[in-house]
Write a protein that binds this ligand. Structure first.
Ligand SMILES: [Fe+2]
Length: 195
């Protein structure tokens, strides 16, 4: 069995109508699984053999871009799918309280996340993170990831074109709008709160 595998915990119809089954089939099957396959091939019989995904990301950052890009993309996609859900339940614990302390209300928090995500130039990821006792929004370019930084990732949106082009064509702002307002698993995001 391959050391690294891509994970998604629900069927391809789970996020209808925000994301089509075709989008999930292509995104997971072609892109996400592709990163896992490439990482398996790149790490075989190297110092990365038998390392955890997190260790590989930390050790290859800045030194081995090919390994880093595939490892980071594998981690980012695993995390992305977990952040998504159609039946939304708003945060009830520490995330709710942090939002209440920093934003006028939940809608204002969503609006600011949406506006920030729309500032990303090119391909990448838009994150909600917890850092220095504050919620922050962070965009990372290409495969770059929050893992291994001082920030704790709570949520991420994939802003690569392959995440939305089948359903939204060129209209990334429409994808961002739909995802943020109707497709985030806030219960999972809250579970990522640092202990
Ligand atoms: Fe992706």
């Amino acid at each position: 069995m391959d050391h690294f595998q891509a994970h998604i915990d629900y069927p391809n119809t789970e996020l209808l109508p925000i994301l089509s089954a075709e989008t999930i089939d292509f995104h997971y099957g072609k892109h996400h699984c592709g990163y896992a396959q490439k990482l398996n091939a790149l790490s075989e019989n190297t110092t990365f053999t038998d390392k955890t995904l997190e260790d590989i990301i930390l050790q290859s950052r800045g030194t081995d871009p090919n390994v880093f890009n595939n490892a980071a993309q594998l981690f980012n996609h695993d995390f992305y799918w977990k952040c998504l859900k159609r039946e939304q339940v708003q945060p009830v614990g520490k995330l709710k309280h942090a939002i209440g302390a920093q934003f006028k209300d939940f809608d204002e928090f969503l609006s600011q996340y949406k506006a920030f995500a729309n500032t990303l130039f090119g391909s990448g990821w838009s994150w909600i993170v917890w850092e220095k006792d504050r919620i922050s929004f962070v965009n990372t370019q290409n495969a770059e990831t929050i893992l291994g930084t001082d920030q704790k990732a709570l949520c991420v949106l994939d802003l690569w074109e392959h995440a939305y082009y089948i359903d939204y064509r060129h209209d990334r702002p429409a994808y961002i709008q739909k995802m943020i307002h109707a497709c985030i698993n806030w219960t999972f995001c809250e579970s990522q709160w640092p202990s």
